[in-house]
Design a protein around this ligand. Structure first.
Ligand SMILES: [Zn+2]
Length: 150
């Protein structure tokens, strides 16, 4: 998936030394080192456990945060169009578009559908909204990816 990012944007992703997995009550995040909360993948924790594949996609999502932060143009025209959206939504538009482009380039359409479905059920409505915007038209995600590739 990291190679696909380079193929799509012409830029390399800095690979983290490690992605931490936690069962504590902390959300997946990318502040210091990427960390993924695994408790929701445990059937012993919740009857609606998410598939492990989704957790791999979450790790990828967290790894992409630094990359997207570095490569989103300062005066992004696409973000300017969305200035009424929350900061969380705006922080995810380029990221989810890139995640979508990568999964599609690998032929992982089922996996993409799963990421969108599960993200859209998360307590923070931000991901659902960001996916709606990225999926607004068939080609919307490509516009975000091309800003990252500039
Ligand atoms: Zn995120």
């Amino acid at each position: 998936m990291l190679d696909a990012v380079t193929a799509l944007t012409g830029k390399t992703v800095e690979t983290p030394r490690a992605v931490r997995l936690t069962l504590c009550d902390t959300p997946s995040q990318s502040m210091v080192e990427p960390s993924v909360n695994m408790r929701f993948a445990l059937r012993s924790f919740t009857p609606q456990a998410v598939p492990l594949r989704y957790k791999a996609d979450t790790a990828f999502h967290e790894i992409l945060h630094g990359f997207v932060h570095r490569h989103t143009p300062a005066g992004s025209a696409l973000l300017r169009e969305r200035k009424g959206e929350s900061r969380c939504v705006r922080n995810h538009l380029h990221l989810l578009a890139l995640q979508k482009a990568v999964l599609l380039s690998l032929g992982a359409t089922q996996e993409l559908a799963q990421v969108i479905a599960i993200d859209s059920q998360l307590p923070s409505a931000c991901y659902k909204r960001a996916w709606e915007l990225v999926n607004e038209t068939e080609g919307t995600y490509k516009q975000y990816v091309s800003e990252l590739a500039r």
